[in-house]
Design a protein around this ligand. Sequence first.
Ligand code: GDP
Ligand code: GDP
Length: 438
Amino acid sequence: MPKPIVAVVGRPNVGKSTLFNKLIGRRHSIVEDRPGVTRDRIYAECEWRGREFTLIDTGGIEPKTDNIILEQMKMQAQIAIDTADVVVLVTDIHSGVTATDKDVASMLLRSKKPLILCVNKVDNVGAPPPEIYEFYNLGAGDPYPVSSVHGIGTGELLDAVFEHFPPEVDETQEDDTIKVAVIGKPNVGKSSLVNRIIGEDRVIVSNIPGTTRDAIDAAFERDGQKYVFIDTAGIRRKSKVEDSIERYSVLRSFMAVERADVALVMIDATEGVTEQDTKIAGFAHEQGKAIVVAVNKWDAIAKETMTMEHFRRDIERDLGFMTYAPVVFISALTGQRIDTIFEKIRHAYAQNTMRISTGKLNEILTEATAKVQPPTDKGKRLKVLYITQCAVKPPTFVIFCNRAELFHFSYQRYIENQIRSVFGLEGTPIRIIIRERG
Ligand code: GDP
Ligand code: GDP
């Protein structure tokens, strides 16, 4: 079940960032302190009344026009329409209803996306000031008075948002379909690859059940394995928002990855690994998905200047946080090595769902701690007691020890490498949780 997506839209300075931060709260997740994963807060995981959802901030988009606020707002609104289940339009009680607010509200209303109107900076507790009634003119229903700074009214706002979430679909009856997100920056060749693949296979294109989002999936079977390609760039209609807007393409990639089992990260061989590639690949890593890296446009590389080994080294350096991911060199244009992708996808998926017995894990642990002594600090030595696997997708291991603070990252990495050296786990991140046992 994909989480609902809520987009926050509004003019500069109405308090979007403040609201965003207030709504995120302090819900924390298991996060690795690995270097190399850049974080750009364009989305946040939130929870309300027991339902998880993703909040996205459409702000900060730089349109290429002589930027007037209206243009920027229209672009934000379009992104919200394209990607979100519910849109929150934030306005400001101090400035009242502006012409821009009117234009954007009518654009959002025309799209029929559920729209919640937030009037921010209503800082007083109690009955809202009479100025609030002006906001009914936007035609977006009841305005919700909020003070983002003081956290007043946010509960009512979230209740209203919650009402519009799509019904929860029970996906416990998962079949053996592998869900794949083809991700990468604009022009890397996503559409070309997908069109080549689905051009060869019988494809059923459908909307995702249980969401009101504008995403299209393609289902097909290949060598007896069922696949769904998620929100696939090549078959969904081109958005009115230019795909070249970096923030937007990053956001789309993120949302596709969230619903996928496997992320196929495409890199342009003619450009090498860019910062944006690192960011996009980072999502898949952080979300614990199986990952296959496809270096595309290999046909366009003069082989004497750029060998595969040379390129592999670049990837190892720039995607150093996911050295477990297999790399294939392909050409969507000529079809070169496209078949290999499917082998890698199946393999990575199998590794991502692998379960390792507790007995085997503890054998590895015993051997590992005998080979390299656990670290000490001020006369205290780390004692590593026991390991067991607690989850798949990705494989997640709990290690019990005497003192968690002595279990340095480097020693965790060492244990991870020992597990990998026995079980492979190619193509999947793994997570290690450290627990103290007294
Ligand atoms: P954004 O540009 O829409 O992201 O707006 P910001 O979140 O950066 O806020 C713009 C300004 O409005 C900042 O000075 C905030 O402190 C202020 N602000 C935001 N929310 C409130 C609020 O609820 N009450 C008041 N009085 N000021 C607010
Ligand atoms: P997307 O934006 O990621 O969906 O990229 P497209 O599939 O639209 O491709 C962008 C451009 O790259 C197009 O002009 C394609 O013809 C070209 N292209 C895609 N794959 C290859 C490839 O394998 N080799 C070469 N030489 N060009 C490619």
